[in-house]
Design a protein around this ligand. Sequence first.
Ligand code: MTE
Ligand code: MO
Length: 532
Amino acid sequence: MITMNRKIRAAPRFRGALAGIVATVMMFGLADLLARAFNPSAAPLPTLGQAIIPLAPPAAIKPVIALFGDNDKLVLILSTGLGALAVAGLIGAVAASRRRLGLTLLLLAGLVPVIVIILRPEASALDIIPTIIGIAVGITAFVLLLRLDKPETPAEAAHRPDSASGPVPGSRTSNPLSRRRFFTLAGAVGAIGAVTIAAGQTVASLAQDAGAAVAKLVLPTPAKKATAIPAAASTDVDGTAPFVTDAKDFYRIDTVLSPPVIDPEQWSLRIHGMVENEVTLTMDDLLDLPLEEHHITLTCVSNPVGGELVGNATWLGYPVRELLARAHPSADADMVLSHSFDGFTASTPIGALTDDRAALLAVGMNDEPLTPIHGFPARLVVPGLYGFVSATKWVTELEVTRFDEKTAYWTDRGWDEKAPILVASRIEVPKPLAKVSAGDIRVGGTAWAQRSGIKRVEVRLDDGDWAEATLAEEVTIDTWRQWRADFTEVETGTHTLTVRATDKDGTVQTAKRRDSIPNSATGHHHIQFRAD
Ligand SMILES: Nc1nc2c(c(=O)[nH]1)N[C@H]1C(S)=C(S)[C@@H](COP(=O)(O)O)O[C@H]1N2
Ligand SMILES: [Mo]
């Protein structure tokens, strides 16, 4: 009797959970699709996901980036969605026995995305309309579903053909007819939800085409061309990364779920804070300046040893040094806090922006305007510093200040204030666990030590001696340098290769392993391969 009672009660609870889940799918789908028409940045699911990012503990972010790479954003959206469905399912299960409580909880849960949307810095009151409509329709569907999931009256139960013993006293047995209607409606609501989600994604990918904004920006001919890249800058070992990284292959790290699309005609850069003259620069002003082109290798502090979060491009821009000079920074200032359109900030030592290095306010990458994910229409690129303290994309403000007055996005989360790039090297060929023919083996890779330059790269096979690699020609001290090494008479079996680099100051890349927080992972890169 007791087990039977439990079974009978589990069924409405299950249907309640299902009602909550399909109603929520529909709410998100509908709200998302409507938001695409109004204002894509007001779509509830991405907005919820985006709101979670700054709250996430840094210790959790880095492993996610390491595990999923560029897919970290997809993983975040999916887990936010699954989390929301789990909550909706629980509330639905509660509503099966306590309707009013369930409805109140659902309404409260629905308010969460509304509040998050309103709290965005760029929010307008209209932004909540899609979500409110989604919630209203979702809750209506939920109520209808619960109504259909009515318990069977004793009279109905008595007339059921299979009811030999009549209704169980005190139990809620659902009515088979309304149960069928319930599942039909639940299926329909779920399907509408799925279709609206798919439609929203399609509209989103069409709208994401920032082509129109990018087409408005026509790059001028550089007043100063970058040094020509000699053929000898590449070792030509098959399978190594090219010397110049294509924009589409360039690693991407940022805290936005989708890059802002900024109209260059609306963009401006404001230089303010501890300055004598505030300066505001429009895109036309910037494009009229004598722009310079420089090859610069950009690196992320989160790059694991041997990792892919490094790339080399030819950047076109104007020296930040000159822009700052127009504003006349106070002698007490020691930092420039660059602000992005999306709220991200980076704190750069003012010296790195005013010395002779090519710190650029960049508009071009490899002869094209920046792509939206790499900072269109303008970003900073500073040789020798990790991206999180220097390479602000979608940059809109340079605030001249002091380290003891202001902090930046990542420094607030435990990363170093000042982050010069450490000497590093990686093996690109052979690939980890590759099978190669025994005998003569060619090894190739890249090393970097921006601002200093690479002096030496050494490679070791198994426990052998360090062998000096052949370096490709250096293009500038701010670009990475390819290398290759040849080993002969490599025997059949499994082998390990290890690499280390030395910069021109004589600093040898340390073998000591450490984590990327607060100032980059260290250790030697090694890989295993099989010779057959
Ligand atoms: N607006 C904005 N700019 C940003 C970031 C960000 O999160 N938001 N991330 C920084 C970090 S950590 C790095 S490593 C570089 C990466 O630039 P990329 O994505 O063009 O390779 O951008 C920097 N600029
Ligand atoms: Mo980074």
